[in-house]
Design a protein around this ligand. Structure first.
Ligand code: ADP
Length: 578
C-alpha cells in the first residue's frame, strides 16, 4: 500500500562441538524497529513543537506544526484543534491545516454545546467522543453537523478535550478520517501525547496574553497617576525603570538606565540630598522616602516623591523596589498651604505670648506697687515725730504679704511652664526621633536642610514623657536648622545620632554645620531669654534643659571640631532594659 516498514534482522552462527560453524539462524522482526523509528520521529516532532512554545512563537503557527507532526505519524488522519473563548464560551479555529476551509469556517464562533458536533460534545461533557461512522451515528440526527461533515468527505472523527493544568477545558483536539473507523491503541497514544502538548502551548499563550494585558493596565495606571516604578540593586547599581519614569524624567527609554544617568535630572540644589539618601540606603538597608526636585532641560522644575522598600534577593543582596510620583501640582498647593499655616502659627504664638506677658506684668505689678506704697508709707511713719512704730510695723507686714504674693505668682508661672505631672512611659528615642523628622519634613525641605540619621540598633528605652522629649529633639533640630540658614557654600547637613554612652545612658545628639558657638558663651545659651536672633525668644534651650533635668538627664552644647555645633542630651536607660 506504499507505507514504509522497518525491519531488524539478526543472525547467529550455529556451531558443532568443535566450534566450527555449520549454519546460521536468522531472526527477522519488523514491528519493534518500526515502533522505534516512529517513536523517534514523534519525539523529534514533539521536541520541535515544544521548542516553538519556549521561543514564544505565535500560537497558530505552533498548532499548525503540531497538526503536521500528528498527521505525519497517523497517515490518513486529518487533525484539527479548536480553541474556546472562555468569556463567550464559543469555538474558534486554532489549526486545521488539511481540513477543507468550508468545514472549518462553519464552526467559527459557534457556541460550545453538544449540538454543534463531536467537538461541542467533547468540550461540554469533558470527555472523549468517538464517532466511528458519521453516516450512521444517531446522536446528531436533528442537527446540521453530519450533513456538513459528509459533504466535505469526512466519515469518522475522534474528538478529545484539551485540559488546562487546573482541569479547565481549553479546546478540543480532533482526528478526522475519510473512512469509518475507531482509534487504535497507537492513535490513542498519539492523541494523549499531543493534547498534552497543545494544552501547554495554549496555556502559555493565554498566560502571555494575560501578562501583556496586565502590563498595559499597569502602564496606563502609572500614566494616570504620574507614578513610575523602579528596582535598584544597591551593590551593583543595576536599575530598572518603568516607562512612566522615563516619561517623568523626559529621558529616552531606549538607553539603559544607570544611577548616574538618573541623577542628571536631579536639581543641583537637591543633589546633596539625593546623594545622602542613596548613601544612607546603601549603608542602612532601610526603607526610605525622599522628595527631591528635578530640573528639566527647558528649565522647569518638577517635584517628585520617592518611596523605596528594601528587600533581599535569594543571595542576600540588597534591592530596593520603589515608586516615584510626580507631585509638582500637589507640592505647589501644599507650599501655599504651609506658608499660610506657618504665618498663622506665628501670629498665634505672638498673640499668646503678648497676652501671657501682659498678664504676668499685671499679676506681678500689683504686689510690686503694693510693696512700694507700703515701704514708702512705713518710711514716712518712722520719720514722724514721734515715730509711728505700730503703723510702720503694719506697713512692713503688708510689704511682706505683697512680696509673698509676687513670689506666689512667679511660682505659679513656673509650675505652668514646667507642667508638673508629665506622663511617664517607656520611650524608644529612635522611634520618637524618626517621628519628629517625618512630622516636620516640610520644615527641613523648606529650609533646604538634609537630615541624616545614624540611629543605634538595640537602643535601650528611656522612661519619660514622649511628647516633651520630642519637643526637645524638635527644638534642637530647629536651632540647628536656623544656625545654617545663611550657609550657601556647603550642604546644610543636620546629623541626628543616637547611641549609648560609657555610663550606659542613652544619648541623642544633633549636629549642624552652621555658624557654631563661642566656647566662652556655652552656658549663657541655656539661660532664659538669651537669644542672638532678631525674632528669638531665647526660651527654647532653657525649657529643653528643664525638661531633660526632670527626666534625670543632662543637656549640653559643644562647638564642633570643624564647622557648626553639636547639642546633645543623655538620659538614664529605663529599668529593665539594657
Ligand atoms: P532662640 O532660638 O529663640 O534664640 P534658644 O534658647 O533655643 O532660643 O537658643 C538660644 C540661643 O542659643 C540662640 O539664639 C543661639 O544664639 C544659640 N544657639 C542655639 N542653638 C544653636 C546652634 N545649633 N548653633 C549655634 N547657636 C545656637
Amino acid at each position: 500500500d506504499g507505507a514504509h516498514r522497518w525491519f531488524l534482522m539478526q543472525c547467529s552462527p550455529l556451531r558443532e562441538g568443535s566450534g566450527a560453524i555449520v549454519g546460521w539462524s536468522w531472526y527477522v522482526s519488523h514491528s519493534e524497529l518500526d515502533e522505534r523509528k516512529r517513536t523517534e520521529a514523534l519525539l523529534a516532532g514533539e521536541k520541535r513543537v515544544l521548542e516553538m512554545v519556549a521561543r514564544g512563537r505565535p500560537l497558530p503557527i505552533i498548532l499548525d506544526a503540531l497538526c503536521a507532526v500528528v498527521e505525519a505519524a497517523a497517515p490518513g488522519c486529518r487533525c484539527s484543534v479548536l480553541l474556546i473563548d472562555p468569556r463567550r464560551s464559543t469555538f474558534h479555529s486554532g489549526a486545521a491545516p488539511t481540513l477543507p476551509s468550508g468545514y472549518t469556517t462553519a464552526i467559527e464562533g459557534a457556541p460550545v454545546t453538544r449540538t454543534v458536533g463531536p467537538c461541542g460534545m467533547a468540550a461540554s461533557l469533558n470527555t472523549q467522543v468517538i464517532v466511528s461512522d458519521i453516516a450512521s451515528d444517531a446522536r446528531w440526527d436533528r442537527d446540521a453537523w453530519p450533513a456538513l461533515a459528509l459533504a466535505h468527505d469526512l466519515r469518522s472523527v475522534w474528538s478529545t478535550p484539551i485540559l488546562s493544568l487546573a482541569g479547565n477545558v481549553l479546546g478540543t483536539f480532533a482526528l478526522y478520517q475519510q473512512e469509518p473507523g475507531r482509534p487504535t491503541v497507537l492513535h490513542q497514544a498519539l492523541i494523549e501525547q499531543f493534547t498534552h502538548v497543545a494544552s501547554i502551548a495554549i496555556e502559555r499563550a493565554q498566560t502571555e496574553a494575560a501578562l501583556r494585558r496586565s502590563q498595559a493596565f499597569l502602564a496606563e495606571a502609572q500614566r494616570l497617576s504620574s507614578t513610575g516604578s523602579f528596582a535598584w540593586r544597591a551593590d551593583s547599581d543595576e536599575i530598572t525603570w518603568s516607562e512612566e519614569l522615563y516619561r517623568i524624567h523626559e529621558l529616552d527609554p531606549s538607553t539603559p538606565m544607570t544611577l548616574q544617568r538618573s541623577a542628571t535630572r536631579v536639581h543641583p540644589d537637591d543633589m546633596p540630598l539625593f546623594i545622602a539618601s542613596v548613601e544612607n540606603a546603601r549603608r542602612d538597608g532601610r526603607d526610605f522616602e525622599v522628595e527631591p526636585r528635578l530640573l528639566m532641560p527647558d528649565g522647569s522644575i518638577k517635584h517628585v516623591h520617592i518611596v523605596a522598600h528594601a528587600t533581599r534577593d535569594e543571595t542576600g543582596g540588597l534591592e530596593y523596589i520603589g515608586a516615584l510620583q510626580d507631585v509638582t501640582e500637589r507640592r505647589q498647593s501644599q507650599d501655599a498651604l504651609d506658608k499660610a499655616r506657618s504665618e498663622l502659627a506665628h501670629v498665634a504664638r505672638v498673640t499668646s505670648l503678648g497676652v501671657l506677658t501682659a498678664s504676668i506684668a499685671h499679676e506681678v505689678n500689683q504686689p510690686l506697687s503694693g510693696i512700694l506704697t507700703n515701704a514708702s508709707t512705713g518710711f514716712r511713719m518712722l520719720a514722724d515725730d514721734p515715730p509711728n512704730v505700730e503703723g510702720a510695723r503694719e506697713t512692713a507686714r503688708r510689704t511682706m504679704r505683697d512680696a509673698r504674693r509676687a513670689a506666689d505668682v512667679i511660682a505659679r508661672l513656673r509650675a505652668l511652664f514646667t507642667k508638673n505631672g508629665a506622663a511617664t512611659e517607656s520611650v524608644d528615642l529612635n522611634e520618637a526621633t524618626r517621628e519628629v523628622i517625618a512630622l516636620s519634613s516640610g520644615e527641613w525641605r523648606r529650609a533646604g536642610v538634609i537630615v541624616r540619621t545614624e540611629l543605634a540598633d538595640d537602643l535601650p528605652l528611656v522612661a519619660g514623657d514622649r511628647v516633651q522629649l520630642q519637643q526637645v529633639v524638635l527644638n534642637l533640630m530647629l536651632n540647628a536648622s536656623e544656625s545654617m540658614s545663611g550657609v550657601e557654600d556647603r550642604p546644610r547637613l543636620l546629623t541626628i545620632r543616637t547611641g549609648i554612652d560609657d555610663d550606659h545612658r542613652v544619648r541623642v545628639s544633633v549636629r549642624d554645620v552652621g555658624v557654631g558657638i563661642d566656647p566662652q558663651n556655652l552656658e549663657r545659651l541655656f539661660e532664659a531669654f538669651y537669644s542672638t536672633k532678631s525674632g528669638g525668644m531665647g526660651i527654647g534651650l532653657s525649657v529643653s534643659r528643664s525638661i531633660i533635668a526632670r527626666h534625670n538627664g543632662r543637656l549640653w552644647a559643644a562647638p564642633n571640631e570643624g564647622l557648626g555645633a553639636t547639642f546633645a542630651f543623655s538620659l538614664p536607660a529605663a529599668v529593665g532594659t539594657s
